[in-house]
Structure formats: C-alpha cells, structure tokens
Design a binder for this molecule. Structure first.
Ligand SMILES: C[S@@+](CC[C@H](N)C(=O)[O-])C[C@H]1O[C@@H](n2cnc3c(N)ncnc32)[C@H](O)[C@@H]1O
Length: 540
C-alpha cells in the first residue's frame, strides 16, 4: 500500500486585474478548515462503519459528514519491521547499515544493530527481548554472514513474518485480527516467482533452517500474503519499513482517494484524516497505487500486488478525469490528444480524440508501451537533481506527450522543488523568467493534484509552499522597481499569505521532524513575516 504514500475543489479565484497572478487557493479552503477544526469528534459517536461487498470484501464508509482535516482514526500498529528486499538495517531502529560503516551485533541473538545502545532495543516496535530469545534459541546466527551483506540482508525477509507468527502466543487478539485479513493466496499460489521466492526465503528459513516446527507452511505463506495485501509503507528519515494496523487496512482503494495518512516518527501510530469532504455512506478510501501514474501503470500495479482490477471513475475515463495523465499529443493534428479507446483494457488501441479536425491517428497498445518505456528509461537515466537535463527532456518530448502526462508531472514535481533549492538556482539567484517558470510549474501541477489527490494532501501542501517563494521574490523585485502600486502589492501579499496558510495547515499534520513537517514550520515562520509585512503595507 502506498503511504507517501490519498470533495471539495479549491476553486480558482477570479483575477480582478491582469497584473495579478492567478491564485490556486480560494476561500473554500479556509471555510473547510474552520469546519474541520470545530468538528473534533469527541462525542463518542461512530465516524465510520464496515460494510461488505462481493467485489471489495470489507470496506469502510463514513457514518457522519466528514470535512477535510477531520481525523477518521488514529491507531497503533499490530506489527512493524523491515520490508522484503530491504537493505541490512538495525533490527531495533531500522536505520540502514553500510558494510563499510560502523555497526554492532546484538549480544543476545547476534543480529545487526546500529549500536549496542540503540534506543529502540527492547521496545515494543523495535527488537524485543522475546524476539531476541527466539532468534537466539533457533540459532539464527548460523545464517548471518557478516562478510557478505547481500546474503546477510536476505535474513531480514523473515523478521516481520516471524513477528506476526509470534503474536499467536504474545497477543492472540491481534493475531486473530491479522488472520482475518485478505491474503489472496489462491491467486498468489499461481504466481510461481512470488510463491517460490517466499518459499525459499521465508517459509524454508523459518520452518527448516530455524526449526520453528510449531508453524505450518500454510501459516507462513498466509502471513506473507496478508503482509503483501495489507501492510502500509511507513518510516521516516531514511527508514523505510512496513506496518500492519488493526483497522486502517479496511480502507478500500480509489485512484482518487479521499484520505491522507501519516505515521508518527517515534511510535509509528497511524493517523488517517479526511482529505476531502466525505458524505455519510461514502466509502473512505486511500490509493494503494502511486497517484502520479497513468491508468495502465496503476492498474498493473494493483493487479500484480493487490490482486484486483480497479474500476474507479479515473480508470474508466480515457482522459483520467480531464488530467490527460496518459495522453500523447497527436502527431497528425495541432489540437488532438491520443487516448485509449478502452482504458480498462491493456490491449486497447489508442486514437486521436480530435474527431473533426484530425485526418486520423491510431497506434497499438504495443507501440504505446514501447514509446513510454523508451522515454521512461531516458528519464530514469537522468540525475534527479539535473535541472537542465530535466528541462531538456520536457523540451524534447513536448510534441509527443501531453503537458500533464504522468512522466512530465513527475519531472515537473521535481523541478518545482529544484528551482530555488540547488546550487546556482537558489531562490535569490533565479532571474525573473526562472521565477515565473517555478510559479507556472507549481500552478500547473497543483491543478492536476486538485483532481487526482484533491484536498488536504502532502503533495498540495508541499507545492503551495514551493509556490509562495517565487511569488514573494517576484513581488519584492517588482515593488522595488516600482512596477506594482500599493493595491497590487497588497493583493500579492494576500496571495502569498493564502498559499502559506494552507501549506502550514496541511503540512502541520505531518510529523515535526519529517521534511514535510519541517516545511510546515518554515511555512508558519514565513506566514508570521508576511503578516507583519502586510500590516506595514496596510499602514503606508
Ligand atoms: C487492504 S485489503 C482491504 C480490506 C479487505 N477488503 C478485507 O475484507 O479484508 C485490500 C483488498 O481489498 C480489495 N479491494 C480494495 N479496494 C478495492 C477496489 N477498489 N476494488 C476491488 N477490490 C478492492 C482487494 O481484494 C484488495 O486486495
């Protein structure tokens, strides 16, 4: 499940003067926020209920009107730990460990630790005493080859499955919840690669190598399926781990989600908030797939990892709700875009949508795949900090991909943060054209986020923060050059304040030490300064 990865729209404010830049926030936001903050649900009444459908199994629906920002649930994990395929890491705090770096070995079980005094040693969601005893008693140290880190890391595949199995004895109630989770093993069994990898890396290691005979092969495979289908990606500051939660897993998937969630950096408590308004009986959803991808890619991910065919409104619409996130520009006419004829079919042909103005253009699914893969490889080969290289790709494919194609969105999201941040492009080093570029990119992507990740979301918060900076610097410069009168200046200050207010609130939901949380604090500071400036200007 993606945690980082989740309906109101922030309507555009109409511009009163041409010299004013178009705003991407509106009064709607503050109205929603005020509503959310007065409804803090401490009346003991239910916020959601669990329903069942033939297609989705259990899913969550709202039992009261929810506003953006409302907390839907907040809960501790059942289990946390390393992801499959992770690097060698501290078994207690999960910080990655380098072969050439310093590390320690646990005195009890010999497993790697960041240091002998890791603060998470002995804690519930770190390396517990019970786990240490089990790992020691089964002589797991025999398989820990510290001379070969690529072999050493394979041992970590078994840690979370083992922690789940241990619950049978240590916390039967949680074990019961866990065993009721969907595992899709009837499908997974047919996927020879996945099944065989799990058999060799996890099942055989736990049952044969570690001699834990009280567990059956079925139990272990079932836990593997449960983890794959239900675990959340969590962790902060270089720590990428996974966690199972007792209730949050019940949220169904939607490619346009209506919640946002984050996990606490100390205890991994997960908090789920409404990101949009949610009406009574409406499903409470998150996106299990990365939202900045095309329908084909999202559906492929959902089928391969969550074992269902997504049929949501975004997937069914060839334009992806007007975002054109998978569309090409038509090479045969100036105004057409090439869209899937049957968006739910990976075999579908793609055709220009300009019915009257185009002589006709069509390509097969295979050609489309080859083209997208070729461009993706070119993008992947670039350094993500290579601002010029990223701009060059945008320029090279500007007549091939729609401006908000997902490959471009990813680049533009990157550029929105690079302009103003990297050497040679620090915010005060940018010329007016570059500032304008940063502004335009931010506004373009925010308009797409409003559709695919609407409401109070990290992406929106981060991009609004990025947006405030060029508007502010341009305003200051234009004011110094006497290109703005007092009314225009006030308007611009108000605009910056609105970006910062929203960014502060949305990013304020994030853990304080996360990059987004730190940005939230910076937004708060900037907001204070802007308000001061606003007061001074008001007095001029
Ligand atoms: C994390 S579980 C959600 C809880 C699960 N429905 C249950 O009853 O335990 C994910 C599974 O729910 C089902 N599911 C979730 N969202 C769905 C959707 N939009 N369409 C179809 N199935 C969905 C799929 O079977 C998926 O593998």
């Amino acid at each position: 499940m993606s945690s980082k990865s989740h309906n109101h729209n922030h309507r555009k404010k109409k511009c009163k003067s041409k010299s004013r830049s178009q705003s991407v926030v509106s009064d709607q936001f503050m109205n929603d926020y005020r509503d959310a903050s007065v409804t803090n649900f401490d009346d003991g009444e239910e916020i959601f209920a669990i329903k069942t459908s033939k297609i989705m199994g259990r899913y969550m629906v709202a039992t009261r009107e929810l506003r953006p920002g409302n907390i839907i649930l907040s809960e501790m994990p059942i289990v946390v730990g390393p992801c499959t395929g992770c690097k060698v890491q501290c078994l207690a705090c999960y910080q990655p460990i380098e072969e050439s770096g310093s590390y320690a070995k646990c005195k009890g079980c010999d497993w790697p630790l960041c240091s002998a005094n890791c603060a998470k040693l002995g804690t519930q969601f770190g390396h517990t005493k019970a786990e240490c005893t089990i790992l020691r008693d089964c002589k797991s140290y025999r398989f820990l080859d510290y001379r070969n880190f690529s072999k050493l890391k394979e041992n970590f595949y078994c840690i979370v499955p083992l922690r789940c199995l241990m619950l049978k004895r240590t916390d039967p109630k949680s074990y019961e919840i866990l065993m009721k989770m969907e595992h899709h093993n009837e499908i997974r069994k047919q996927l020879t690669d996945v099944w065989t990898t799990n058999q060799t890396m996890i099942v055989n290691r736990i049952i044969s190598d570690w001699q834990m005979k009280e567990f059956s092969e079925d139990d272990v495979h079932r836990i593997c399926g449960i983890l794959e289908v239900n675990a959340f990606e969590i962790g902060h500051l270089g720590v990428n781990i996974r966690g199972l939660y007792p209730t949050a897993f019940l949220m169904s998937h939607n490619c346009i989600p209506n919640t946002n969630h984050n996990d606490d950096e100390d205890d991994f408590k997960l908090t789920v908030r409404a990101s949009t308004s949610i009406s009574i009986n409406q499903p409470i959803t998150l996106s299990y797939a990365y939202t900045l991808q095309s329908t084909l890619k999202r559906r492929e991910h959902l089928l391969e990892n969550k074992f269902f065919h997504c049929m949501c409104a975004r997937c069914r619409d060839p334009t992806e709700c007007g975002t054109f996130a998978g569309a090409l520009r038509c090479p045969k006419c100036p105004d057409g875009y090439v869209l899937a004829l049957e968006p739910l079919s990976p075999e579908s042909d793609w055709k220009c949508n300009n019915i009257n103005g185009c002589p006709g253009y069509k390509i097969t699914a295979k050609s489309m795949e080859l083209l997208i893969n070729r461009i993706s490889r070119e993008i992947d080969a670039l350094d993500s900090n290579d601002l010029k290289g990223l701009e060059a790709i945008l320029s090279k494919y500007r007549n091939v991909l729609h401006p908000t194609h997902y490959l471009f969105l990813e680049i533009k999201l990157n550029l929105s943060q690079l302009y103003g941040k990297i050497n040679g492009y620090l915010i005060h080093e940018l010329d007016d054209e570059q500032l304008q570029r940063k502004m335009d990119i931010c506004k373009e992507i925010i308009r797409i986020f409003d559709v695919i990740e609407p409401g109070f979301t990290r992406l929106r918060g981060v991009t609004l923060y990025e947006l405030h900076a060029p508007v502010l610097v341009l305003t200051t410069r234009q004011f110094e050059r006497q290109l703005l009168n007092k009314t225009q200046l006030r308007y611009r200050i108000k605009e910056v304040i609105r970006y910062l207010e929203e960014a502060r609130i949305v990013l304020g939901y994030e853990p304080r030490n996360s990059p987004e949380g730190i940005m939230g604090v910076a937004a708060e500071d900037a907001l204070d300064r802007m308000r001061e400036w606003g007061k001074v200007v008001g007095r001029i």
